[in-house]
Ligand binder design. Structure first.
Ligand code: PLP
Length: 389
């Protein structure tokens, strides 16, 4: 039924070079950054968000396996109905402690954490006005749309523009500023200090998405707000267990009242089966590792710096940023896909990033690194990209 309509929507996407192809891959435990393609050939991944390769860490997988033997694979219900397992409660305390907050709340993904927390806050605070950075992630945008709240989108990383929106409202107006610490497609870092100071001036709640920062930035990988000594100034810190943590799941941490309200009212927290307890145990192990992983972070950051330098040396157009993400600017959707396809044929995988993830004309290859990428691999990557531009 309605098949023609579905087909038409796909044809439209294809015409605009926006049709997404998901490349079938099989990761090989213990051999990161290698993976197998659909033909069983080894390729090198250059776009994984498993930034520290903890997704294949032996200690973590052993903890996961032992916990499965102990608890089984599933949670058995929602948090409300038999799913409130001891490891989850422990994980939430760990997350609160990680971010120096009073409480934490765990979700099945970072996307869900953003979408449901943001829409729920607006329901708890009727009349709330939301101020959102122009580059915020889809999960934040969806949260704002579902909140039904009035919103102002401020220019990316632009406190002056943010202030021009904030000053339209009296101090008594309830306001929420939402931004990310490290932006996933550019590697830009937010002016957190300036945003926090505006929040104080205009009486706003603050919400930061540290999805791409936790594990990599700050003391023991606690994120950019921590790195700048501003963790306590931010009301709600959101993060994921899916990027540098290497697994899956999301969270928010804040004071007791905020967390208890979200726990009590958020539909995507209440009405969904809880994270499996074995997964929570594995994440607890990951947090313990991450807090002590300065050596691993040092290797990671030295490799980010080295690859950026190698790309610069051969004049490849890399978007300049202070972060760990390395966007290679192609600036054309068709070419971006072609370069990605050709690289894959040469055993190098970087997915093309096209509209709507980035604006038309800003198409790019988003390169990420992990501590297992060698200098020889980097040289091979640089040589191959250069030959295709
Ligand atoms: C900035 C940002 N926030 C949230 C998410 C969602 O996190 P998760 O992958 O844990 O659902 C992503 C995912 O890529 C992201 O880039």
């Amino acid at each position: 039924m309605y098949n023609q309509e579905f087909q038409k929507s796909l044809e439209n996407l294809k015409k605009q070079n926006r049709y997404r192809e998901f490349i079938e891959l099989a990761r090989i435990s213990g051999e990161s950054p290698y993976a197998l393609n659909a033909k069983g050939e080894k390729i090198i991944m250059w776009c994984s968000n498993d930034y520290l390769a903890l997704g294949q860490n032996k200690e973590v997988s052993n903890t996961f396996k032992d916990a499965i033997d102990k608890y089984g694979v599933g949670a058995g219900g929602t948090r409300n109905i038999s799913g409130n397992s001891a490891p989850l409660v422990k994980l939430e305390k760990k997350i609160a402690d990680f971010h120096s907050k009073e409480a934490g709340l765990v979700f099945t993904s970072g996307y869900i954490a953003n979408e449901t927390t943001i829409s729920t806050i607006a329901k708890i605070l009727p009349g709330l006005v939301i101020f959102s950075d122009n580059h915020n992630h889809a999960s934040i945008i969806e949260g704002i749309v579902h909140s039904g709240a009035k919103k102002h989108v401020f220019k990316h990383n632009d406190p002056e523009d943010l202030e021009s929106h904030l000053k339209q409202y009296p101090k008594s107006q309830k306001k929420l500023i939402i931004f990310e610490s490290v932006y996933s497609m550019t590697g830009n870092i937010a002016p957190i200090k300036e945003i926090v100071s505006l929040a104080k001036k205009y009486n706003c709640l603050t919400y930061i998405d540290e999805v791409h920062a936790v594990g990599l930035y700050g003391k023991g990988g606690r994120g950019v707000a921590n790195q700048l000594g501003l963790e306590k100034e931010i009301d709600i810190i959101q993060g994921t267990f899916a990027k540098a943590f290497g697994l899956v799941g999301g969270y928010v941490s804040a004071n007791k009242e905020v967390i208890d309200s979200i726990r009590s009212f958020a539909p995507a927290f209440i009405f969904t089966t809880a994270m499996p307890p074995a997964q929570a145990e594995a994440i607890i192990k990951i947090i313990d590792i991450i807090k002590e992983a300065d050596d691993l972070r040092e290797i990671f950051w030295s490799k980010v710096k080295l690859l950026k330098q190698k790309l610069k040396d051969v004049e490849i157009d890399v978007f300049k940023n202070p972060g760990h993400i390395i966007p290679i600017m192609i600036r054309d959707a068709k070419k971006c896909k072609e370069v990605s396809d050709k690289l894959l044929k040469r055993g190098l995988y970087i997915q093309p990033i096209n509209y709507p993830t980035v604006a038309v004309g800003n198409e790019r290859l988003r390169v990420t690194i992990n501590p297992n990428h060698s200098e020889v691999m980097m040289d091979e990557l640089v040589k191959n990209i250069k030959s295709l531009l």
